[in-house]
Ligand binder design. Structure first.
Ligand SMILES: Cc1cc2nc3c(=O)[nH]c(=O)nc-3n(C[C@H](O)[C@H](O)[C@H](O)COP(=O)(O)O)c2cc1C
Length: 312
């Protein structure tokens, strides 16, 4: 029997059933449409859109990307078309695809988050929302929403009230002292799932020109360099909450996917890997199925069971 027929890759993230546990991550897959000629979108568990804001944002000055050994720095500055253009121009085309489209939402004030969700609530074609709470809260002096449990509770409850129709995922910042504390604050405020995690603040400079390699001076580090650190955060988050956790950070190979699922992620997202190989997410779906079959495993849950049997 072929692996394709024998292995059931489907997973449940709360009430949402996904075809498989591989999604493309926010900011690395455009609005999905840019990848539709390269990737069979219907083969993925889903994808998360570029972060959407109330108004369009032009983003940070170039250069916006810089490769580092085993990682990538980016400072895109949350460039996006704005939520209204997304609903009017992108969503109607996305509805032709049979994949879970998750809208990534961000803002600089609570009202921004609520407004973006309100603009999405009546639109068809979305499977859920992902709140990016790693953004500076302008009212609180630029402090990130995601680094203080009280702020997290505030933004998640506001999002929860606005999002009456769809699951609400909350994407955590990795830059916190105790991720369990933040995760529980989000869970208690009504999050349906947690996405762990975003990029790590970082910088790189040119030692000839003494200029930063990024137009924005600093940026976020992603890719293989962050995987072991984020893997531990996913493991800690999973122990702290009952709601599902999605893991992301440096997922490039099937082994990376297996590691995240083993420590308790219900699904993974693929970010930086899509830059080097735009088909990375689809390749991982096929690879996961084959890998489970070879290991004589027929459902995704068995990975976690094996990890627990070895590690308690
Ligand atoms: C160029 C770029 C743009 C990103 N834009 C967003 C974004 O708009 N919203 C968001 O929540 N995360 C954004 N991220 C973070 C990724 O979704 C992901 O959390 C992070 O890159 C770690 O995963 P990776 O190592 O697989 O890339 C961005 C990452 C990159 C590299």
């Amino acid at each position: 029997m072929s692996s394709a027929g024998a292995v059931d890759l489907s997973v449940k993230i709360g009430a949402l059933r996904l075809r498989n546990p591989i999604l493309a991550a926010s900011g690395t897959f455009g609005y999905g449409l840019e990848f539709a000629h390269l990737v069979d979108l219907n083969s993925l568990g889903g994808f998360v859109t570029k972060g959407l804001s109330r108004e369009p944002i032009e983003g940070a000055p170039a250069p916006r990307l810089f490769p580092t050994p085993s990682g990538m720095l980016n400072a895109v500055g949350l460039q996006n078309v704005g939520v209204r253009a997304f609903v009017a121009e992108k969503l109607p085309v996305l509805r032709k695809f049979d994949t879970a489209v998750i809208a990534n939402v961000f803002g600089y004030t609570l009202e921004d988050y609520v407004e973006v969700i309100r603009a999405l609530e009546d639109a068809d074609g979305l499977a859920g929302y992902e709140l990016n709470i790693s953004c500076p809260n302008v009212k609180k002096g630029g402090m990130q929403f995601g680094s203080d449990p009280a702020c997290v509770a505030e933004v998640v409850s506001a999002g929860r009230q606005a999002a009456s129709k769809r699951p609400l995922w909350v994407k955590l910042s990795p830059l916190v002292t105790d991720i369990g504390l933040i995760a529980r604050a989000a869970e208690e405020a009504g999050a349906d799932a947690l996405t762990v995690a975003n990029t790590y603040p970082a910088m790189a400079i040119n030692s000839r020109s003494w200029k930063s390699h990024l137009g924005n001076q600093t940026g976020g580090l992603s890719g293989p360099a962050i995987k072991p650190i984020t893997l531990k955060l996913v493991w800690e988050t999973r122990k702290a909450v009952k709601i599902p956790v999605l893991g992301l950070g440096g997922v490039e190979t099937v082994e990376d996917v297996l590691e995240y699922l083993a420590v308790g992620a219900s699904a993974v997202q693929v970010g930086t890997a899509s830059f080097a190989d735009p088909r990375a997410s689809q390749r991982l779906v096929d690879g996961l199925s084959k890998s489970l079959f070879e290991r004589k495993m027929f459902t995704v849950n068995e990975i976690r069971d094996r990890f627990l049997a070895e590690n308690g």
